[in-house]
Design a binder for this molecule. Sequence first.
Ligand SMILES: NC(=O)c1ccc[n+]([C@@H]2O[C@H](COP(=O)([O-])OP(=O)(O)OC[C@H]3O[C@@H](n4cnc5c(N)ncnc54)[C@H](O)[C@@H]3O)[C@@H](O)[C@H]2O)c1
Length: 258
Amino acid sequence: MLLQRSVFITGAVQGLGKAFSEALLERGARVCLTDVQAKKGFQVEKELQKKYGKDKCTFLHCDVSSPSRLEDSFKTAVRLFGHIDLVVNNAGIADESQLENMVNVNLLGAIRGSMLGVEHMRTDKGGRGGVIINIASTAGLTPVYFFPFYSAAKFGLVGFHLSCASNPHLKKMGVQFGCLCPAFTDTDMIKIGDNKVLYANEAQQILKQIGINKVETVVEGFLQLIESPNCNGDIITVSNREGIQYKKQGKNKWKSHL
Ligand SMILES: NC(=O)c1ccc[n+]([C@@H]2O[C@H](COP(=O)([O-])OP(=O)(O)OC[C@H]3O[C@@H](n4cnc5c(N)ncnc54)[C@H](O)[C@@H]3O)[C@@H](O)[C@H]2O)c1
C-alpha cells in the first residue's frame, strides 16, 4: 500500500520527522521533506537520496508558520510528484518563552497543512483521496503543568483532528484524519533548558520518573496508524509506561500519561 504513496512531511530533517521519513522511504514511498532548517535540510536530502534514490525524495525549505511558504511548498511537491496522498504535519517546537510561535507552528501550521492536504486530495474536486496525520502529543490529551502553552496548542490540534474526522463531508471526499500522540521521546525537543519549560527541575524529575520513548517505538506507532485500512478519527498514543496504544474513534477513554 505504501509503495504508491507520495508524502508531504513538515519538520522532517531531524528527530521524529526524519525517522518517519526514512521509514516511509524504506517502504517505497516518495517523500517531500520540508523544514525551516535549510542547511541541514539539503544535507539530509543528499544523505537520503544516496540511500534511497534521487527521484525518491526532495527537500524544500519551508516555515510552517508562513501560510504562503507552506502553500508554495505544497504546490511544488505536487508538481514534482504529480500528487500527494499522505500529509504528515510533524513540525513542532517546545519553548514556553514563545507563546505566539508555539501556537503558530504547533497548531496553525498543522491546521494549514491539513487544509492544503484536503484541498488537493478531495475526490469531489478531482483529487485521489488520502490521509492526513497530525503529530500531536500526550500533552494534547492530559494536562502538563510545566508545559501549558505547548499543551494548549496540542489539545487544540487533537480537537481539530477529531472534528475533521467526524465531518461526514470530509469522509465523502475520501480524506482520512489520523493522529499520533507520543509522550516524551528521545529527540532534541526534550533537552530541557530554562526557557523551554516552567519549573525545569521538577520537569526533569517527572521526566525521569515516567521515562522516555525510543524514537523507534514512536515510528512503530506511526506505521501502525498509516498502515491501518481506515485510520479516520483514530489516535495512537506511545508512552514509555504503556507502549503503543491504538484508540479507535470513540471507543476508548483517555488515561493520564503523567
Ligand atoms: N520529542 C518529544 O518528546 C515529543 C513528544 C510528543 C510529541 N512530539 C512532537 O513530535 C514532533 C516532532 O518533534 P521532535 O521530537 O522530532 O523534535 P525536534 O525538535 O527534533 O524536531 C522538530 C523539527 O521541526 C522543525 N521545525 C520547527 N519549527 C518549524 C517551522 N516553523 N517550520 C518548519 N519546521 C519547523 C525543526 O527544524 C525540526 O526539524 C513535534 O510536533 C513535537 O511536538 C515530540
